[in-house]
Design a protein around this ligand. Sequence first.
Ligand code: PGA
Length: 237
Amino acid sequence: MILCANFKANKTRQETQAYMAVVESFVSVNAIEDTVIVFPPVTALEHASRNVLIGVQNAYPAQNGAYTGEIALDQLEEFDIKTILIGHSERRHVLGETQAQIVEKFRYFADLGFVIVYCVGEPLDVRECGQEALNSYIDIQLEGIDLEYHDLILAYEPVWAIGTGLTPTIEQIATVHSNLRQKTSAALLYGGSVKVDNVAGIMSIDNVDGVLVGSASLSAHDFCEMIALAAELKNGV
Ligand code: PGA
């Protein structure tokens, strides 16, 4: 399984350090073999981890330059960051990133060999139009993306499930993931209101290879519990 924590604009550098100490020790004491990735805010990227991957939530596709408010490759290289989240719904819908910009970012970081967690997902009005509308919406979000990229992790995150406490049914997740599985051999994550109470059920769905967790990942205790549940599933406990 792959378990990702997306902090968004939460936690200071100090809070991230304290969090990482808890998660790293949990992963090491319990000999966790699952992949654990944490996406802290950019101010906390410096943390050099041994057993937890640190990724960036966003970066500009350039070595450096006149991109006010952004960070670029030079800043990522300083902290040895080689994992990036691209296409998150908050970047698409709140920050207004277009598919063309997202594709440019994807290509730039894929050429550099980054691990890319690429997000897709439909808003509620699309979901309400039925499965066909949903499939076409996701297809558009996959346009220009190399689905055979070797370090691609694809996350299905319905916009209406993010930060709302709502989740699709098991069947709804299974349907989307089985459609995605036909398009790519990449690991497939589910994201959107994942928490300790529902994570085991979600990770048991066919073609779900892990989860991308926002709010519930902010508690190191809860995130470790989710990591433990993933390990238990694998061991058939
Ligand atoms: P959430 O966010 O877990 O708070 O719904 C998930 C995400 O945005 O990746």
